[in-house]
Ligand binder design. Structure first.
Ligand SMILES: Cc1cc2nc3c(=O)[nH]c(=O)nc-3n(C[C@H](O)[C@H](O)[C@H](O)COP(=O)(O)OP(=O)(O)OC[C@H]3O[C@@H](n4cnc5c(N)ncnc54)[C@H](O)[C@@H]3O)c2cc1C
Length: 490
């Protein structure tokens, strides 16, 4: 861990002169930062954003751009899906737990329709096309899909399935370069600029500045190695992202993802968490991680996923991020995908955003026994799994893991297996504990005066589980709250 003295708050009396001043200083210009800036400006504050890199964007601009929204958004209704805030809340409480912040989930679900309308009003376009096949993202520019396993076991028995992965419309989409995330960020950054939000780039937060009463009144930063002090009359909003790239924090709090950061950026070095911790801020769910299984869901759904002992452990038609968590957290990062030749050929015919992963299986064999030998599994293990699966699959059923009938087909021969051991990666979901107004809470439970936070620097709506879109979702939603509260100086 970096020298703790370097993140200790600085007394305002130690600042000889302020280089920059504003009512609200927002640190980090990704999704949480841009939403905070817009709302703070609209609430009447003079807003200054400090960003470490050379422009707006953060992980958000590189992302797939899913925003998890529901409860009956205009897009859901237009595409014929019924949903209510209560239905959404039942799903999220089950899928993002255990141990979700119930007040936050309730608040988020109740505000979700309005939040969608707000994004649209601020220039974010959504294509009125639904993508209904398995995948991490739609293959083209479709605007809505299931993104959390809502229509798979066990959740389809807990809440009425509704797709809630809303994607900003990108016509000439390029994976990891120009996706929905870019189309989400660009109009929001333009809106902020029109509202007069000032931006300073290449400025890197180092410490918070507090007055004699312990109120946060500014930040100490560095630009090109030189110190820079920015004064915040009403409040500081931390929006610096997660700690996925801070090795020692990952080692301490979320060791299962050591060495496997994914869907994140190197700027997510935990600084926002540490400077607030140094002021006594409380933390939540530091062990929670999003985890992706790096495989094409169109292929996975047509086979069976087995662990290191050759046994099934999760339904293959669920959200692939849920499979990733199950593999990494519960199966020692050991997984193989077993698929027969016919099913593999059918999978390769489909559209997918991950068709670049369509390579030949690691092992192919004429019989199950031969495959077992190739994979060095104890004799009989895979045979037993496949016989059991097939005995029910012949009747279109999966009574153990409840894969939907449309995907249940006996595994035939010849067949192959993909070695997916270690094919997982992800980012951290834990962080500062905040209230519904995005005020950073002290370990005593009271808000730290003048300090607000949103995005992955905080623990948002996810406590353990994940659904695609929750990060941009709670980052934008509570970014807005942070902007309003900071502008009011609450
Ligand atoms: C390829 C990819 C795909 C993804 N897909 C999705 C998806 O579809 N849906 C979803 O919900 N999430 C997705 N994510 C995750 C999501 O993008 C992030 O979790 C989200 O952007 C977090 O929001 P944030 O505002 O906290 O951080 P960011 O959007 O990363 O913004 C943080 C900003 O703070 C800046 N910063 C950091 N440190 C400092 C400092 N010391 N001083 C000043 N500035 C600093 C950073 O440079 C950055 O610009 C994806 C991410 C990637 C990379």
């Amino acid at each position: 861990m970096a020298d703790t003295a370097t993140v200790r708050p600085l007394r305002a009396s130690e600042v000889s002169s302020w280089d920059l001043e504003a009512d609200v200083v927002v640190v980090g210009y990704g999704i949480a930062g841009v939403c905070a800036s817009i709302e703070a400006a609209r609430t009447g504050a003079d807003v200054l954003v400090l960003e470490r890199t050379g422009g707006w964007g953060g992980a958000a601009a590189l992302s797939g751009g899913f925003i998890y929204l529901g409860g009956g958004t205009a897009l859901q209704r237009k595409l014929g899906f019924e949903d209510t805030p209560e239905n959404m809340e039942a799903f999220l409480t089950a899928a993002l737990g255990p141990g979700v912040d119930k007040a936050k989930i309730h608040d988020y679900c109740q505000g979700s329709v309005e939040h969608f309308d707000w994004l649209v009003a601020n220039g974010v376009p959504f294509n009125e096309v639904f993508w209904g096949e398995p995948g991490y993202e739609p293959p083209a520019d479709e605007g809505l899909m299931f993104s959390g396993g809502e229509n798979a076991a066990p959740f389809n028995a807990i809440a009425t399935p509704a797709p809630r992965g809303h994607l900003a419309w990108t016509k000439d989409k390029k994976l990891g370069e120009k996706g929905g995330g870019y189309m989400l960020m660009e109009p929001l950054a333009q809106t902020a600029e029109k509202l007069g939000v000032r931006q300073e780039f290449d400025v890197r937060l180092q410490r918070l500045v507090v007055d004699d009463d312990g109120r946060v009144v500014g930040v100490a930063a560095k630009r090109y190695g030189k110190e820079l002090f920015a004064r915040a009359e009403r409040g500081v909003v931390l929006a610096t992202g997660s700690f996925a790239y801070q090795h020692e924090m990952v080692e301490r709090f979320a060791p299962k993802i050591i060495g496997r950061p994914a869907a994140t950026v190197e700027e997510h070095d935990g600084i926002g968490i540490r400077v607030a911790q140094a002021l006594g801020a409380d933390l939540a769910h530091m062990d929670a991680t999003e985890v992706a299984l790096i495989a094409d869901p169109q292929v996975v759904v047509r086979g069976i996923l087995v662990n290191g002992r050759g046994q099934r452990f999760i339904t293959e038609d669920t959200y692939p991020g849920r499979m990733g968590q199950a593999v990494l957290q519960d199966q020692d990062n050991q997984a193989y995908l077993i698929i027969d030749e016919q099913a593999l050929e059918a999978a390769f015919e489909t559209k997918s955003s991950m068709s670049f992963l369509r390579i030949a299986p690691t092992w192919v064999a004429e019989t199950v026994e031969e495959l077992e030998g190739e994979m060095s599994l104890p004799a009989g293990t895979l045979r037993a799994t496949i016989d059991l699966y097939n005995s029910h699959a012949e009747h279109g059923q999966d009574p153990f893991l409840h894969k939907k009938t449309e995907w249940v087909k006996p595994i035939g021969e010849p067949l192959g297996a993909y070695d997916l051991r270690g094919y997982t990666g992800g980012f951290t979901l834990g962080g500062l504990r905040t209230d519904l107004d995005s005020r950073v809470l002290h370990v005593s439970g009271e808000p730290i005066p003048g300090l607000f936070a949103a995005g992955r620097v905080t623990s948002g709506i996810c406590a353990g589980g994940y659904a695609s879109g929750c990060s941009l979702g709670d980052g934008s939603f509570y970014g807005r709250r942070a902007g309003v509260a900071a502008a009011k100086g609450d």
